[in-house]
Design a binder for this molecule. Sequence first.
Ligand code: ADP
Ligand code: MG
Length: 354
Amino acid sequence: MAAIELRGLTKVYPGGVKALDALDLVIPDGEFFALLGPSGCGKTTLLRTIAGLETATGGAVVIGGRDVTGVQPGGRDVAMVFQDYALFPHMDVTDNIAYPLRIKKVPKGTRREKAAEVGARLGLEHLMDRRPGQLSGGQQQRVALARVMATQAQAYLFDEPLSNLDARLRLEARTFLKKLQRELGVTTVFVTHDQAEALAMADRMAVMEAGHIRQIGTPSEVFQRPANTFVAAFIGSTPMNLLDGIVRGDTLEVAGCKVAVPDSAAGLLSDGEQIVYGVRPEYLAYSAEPADGAFGGKVAIVENLGAAHLVTLDVGGVSVQAVVPEGSEPAVGDDGFALPRRDRALIYRNGELV
Ligand code: ADP
Ligand code: MG
């Protein structure tokens, strides 16, 4: 088990795509670290460069205090799980799990013992003689995890390991994997493009955009205080309202409404300056009655979220979304008012959090 440290890590592919641009990152020993970002932002490249499957163009990878930048994958002592589990179809579960040990020339008896032990830990004991074709997607995914865990590694690298599972299995696997990581205490880097997965599983997380890390923090830090408008728009099951506004004395004019300065920006704004006002739909109190400091408009869309509704208000041509508890949702065309929480709203200046 070991900390992972990246120092100015850069990867430029032949052809000139800069997939990683001077990344600095420290993942402490034993942490469950999630790497989140849109497709093509460099997540897989980052994992592969940590694993040594890609050569860094610049900077260093340090694992457990050892600079492994020039070290071959086999000498790095990390294990990687890929998106497609890449199980061997002609081998049974035992042999699939034991495969990395065979490569390491571990004797057969020891291999089988280890495979049985790890298989049991992952609830596969009754399936050890089956081949991958005789397993469900979720079971195959567990075999792939077991194969990685049979190799004692200093760190686990997961590249979207749950993305091939259906929604329910995904939730199960998420809880399960998190629990397992806790028990084993192995430093884990978990790549996903699914923000709910990152928020639910990570001790800390990074949000990437085009080869850069845009924010590092705990899930609640990243959710409550997105450092910039990119992260703000990316994180959250319903996207944050990001509205152009202007500072008018000690209040704000946003979407033509007079709105209070959020607590977090009190005393930090100057009269007349252009800002972006950010507030999550969950942090707007919806009402049919006007209120001071509320956004007022016509209800344009009402979407059912299950236990709540997402109401889109047309506020002088600007959309403002609010989550409204089930049972009190308005109808399209109604007048509606949405009062933001001052302790939750945020101000962005030039795209960065004030
Ligand atoms: P992600 O995993 O976040 O979707 P990737 O790390 O796969 O992103 O890709 C990052 C960028 O690098 C993308 O622009 C992608 O097209 C490019 N890229 C990935 N692999 C290669 C490669 N082998 N050769 C050239 N460009 C690549
Ligand atoms: Mg990828």
